[in-house]
Design a protein around this ligand. Structure first.
Ligand SMILES: [Zn+2]
Length: 80
């Protein structure tokens, strides 16, 4: 079967991957949450989602609570 997944860019390392291999997130107010089908989303690759340095950068960039953000990424990696 032909892979028809659109190619998306990781917001952290800017590498490009098929959409289904990336973690999809969105901003809900000030919180980064899992994409729920509404509003604008962005993508994070799985390498960045487990990279402590990258996570720290994103935590700062989006002003997230580090503990909650790391927990969210772990959950999304395990679900995907
Ligand atoms: Zn990445």
């Amino acid at each position: 079967m032909k892979n028809t997944q659109p190619i998306r860019m990781c917001i952290s390392c800017r590498c490009r991957h098929p959409q289904n291999s990336l973690i999809r997130l969105k901003l809900d107010g000030n919180d980064v949450i899992a994409y729920d089908g509404r509003g604008r989303s962005f993508y994070l690759c799985k390498e960045c989602a487990v990279n402590e340095k990258k996570i720290k950068g994103l935590t700062k960039r989006f002003k997230q609570d580090a503990e909650r953000f790391v927990k969210l990424l772990k959950e999304l990696i395990n679900n995907g």
